[in-house]
Design a protein around this ligand. Structure first.
Ligand code: 3PG
Ligand code: MG
Length: 397
């Protein structure tokens, strides 16, 4: 997909002295005291900002934080802690500007301001034309760098891309698309996807889209339980969606028709209760009792999948295969994570739980690309064209 890259504009000297408006995704988790508990998205947003500053632009950056009510500021909605953290990382102080839509603030070339939570602006969520028109007037160049919000068509992610004189992709947005393209559009084969999580229903379209493309589709968690049911196995009291057996069977059939495979676990780790200190019992997949809960894949299954992952050309990972938060049920996810780390495949991973597993096993540096997108990453896996790319492509034409 063609779009203008902000890095090209900077290299051509076209950002010098210009008002550059960067839409980042700085929607980071915070604790009850408002402290930032995880700052990956802040770190990932700095290169675009630094690029704009280095190019001699007057720089504005904004983001949403949470899902506040438009027009009703509450202190907990403020980007102030984000500006403070970013300022620390960049070694400068970053003023936060409130009520900025009408442009009643000044920013000179070489300066950086953070515009308060853009979801406080009336009309943001529904992308109202009056807001979009005002946003476009604030800048000479609009830079969309919010991959995590690229699946939303809001005022600051979509409307402004239509009204700004120039609309382009920032380095993070471009890198995400490049990495996903490398994994899915023209992958080195075999391409293996791991799709795990509690429900088939939330990932059904992803499973269906991947079933047309991947060579191996490893399912885990509650999703695997539904696939085990479809394969005629008993799963006791485990989480599953019997309503979706038909869909699971169809995914297995679609894969088989292409000579590809959905590996069904041959052993599992069971417990009688969902609890960190429940006794863990390894069982053959054919021996699950009526009162068992399957909380992880078994060691034989994990070893077999690990061997496949080590042979892969490309790996796409979304979702832990077991309850890895509990020590007794973490082995499957740990073995998978280590196999991905050791594999020479190009790997791409995304989604909140997956990132937590990557951090837990310390394999950040051995994953080819870690996406900052949650919902956006999933929508790309579903094969959707994200609104961000649709509008940026149109503006590049
Ligand atoms: C996210 O955290 O997934 C993104 O920042 C998008 O947030 P949203 O789901 O509130 O639009
Ligand atoms: Mg969210």
């Amino acid at each position: 997909m063609q779009f203008i890259r902000f890095s090209d504009l900077c290299a051509q000297g076209k950002a010098k002295g210009q008002r550059v408006f960067i839409r980042a995704d700085l929607n980071v988790p915070q604790n009850d005291a408002g402290e930032i508990t995880e700052d990956t998205r802040i770190r990932a947003s700095i290169p675009a900002i630094q690029m704009a500053l280095d190019a001699g632009a007057a720089v504005m950056v904004t983001s949403h934080l949470g899902r506040p009510t438009e027009g009703a500021f509450k202190p907990e909605d403020s980007l102030a802690p984000v500006a403070a953290r970013m300022g620390e990382l960049m070694g400068r102080s970053i003023p936060v500007v409130a009520n900025w839509v009408d442009g009643d603030f000044a920013v000179a070339p070489g300066e950086l301001v953070m515009l308060e939570n853009c979801r406080l602006n009336v009309g943001e969520k529904k992308n109202k034309p009056e807001l979009a028109a005002k946003l476009g007037q604030l800048c000479d160049i609009f830079v969309h760098d919010a991959f995590g919000t690229a699946h939303r068509a809001e005022g600051s992610t979509y409307g402004i891309a239509e009204t700004a004189p120039i609309a382009c992709a920032g380095p993070l947005l471009a890198a995400e698309m490049d990495a996903i393209g490398k994994a899915l559009a023209n992958p080195k084969r075999p391409l293996i996807a791991i799709v795990a999580g509690s429900k088939v229903s939330t990932k059904l379209t992803i499973l269906q889209a991947l079933a047309k493309n991947v060579d191996g589709l490893i399912v885990g968690g509650g999703i695997a339980n539904t696939f085990m049911l479809a394969a005629g196995l008993k799963i006791g009291k485990s989480l599953a969606e019997p309503d979706l057996l038909g869909e699971a069977t169809a995914v297995i059939a679609a894969m088989k028709a292409r000579g590809a495979e959905v590996p069904i676990p041959e052993d599992v780790v069971c417990a009688k209760a969902f609890s960190p200190d429940a006794e863990a019992t390894v069982k053959a997949a054919t021996d699950v009792a009526d009162d068992d809960l399957i909380l992880d894949i078994g060691p034989k299954t994990a070893a077999k999948l690990a061997a496949q992952l080590k042979q892969a050309g490309t790996i796409v990972w979304n979702g832990p295969v077991g309850v890895f938060e509990f020590a007794a049920f973490e082995n499957g996810t740990k073995v998978i994570a280590q196999a991905i780390a050791e594999s020479s495949a190009f790997s791409i991973a995304g989604g909140g739980d997956t990132l937590a597993a990557i951090a837990k096993y310390g394999i950040e540096k051995q994953v080819g690309y870690i996406s900052t997108g949650g919902g956006a990453f999933l929508e790309v896996l579903e094969g959707k064209t994200l609104p961000a790319f649709e509008v940026l492509a149109r503006r590049a034409a």
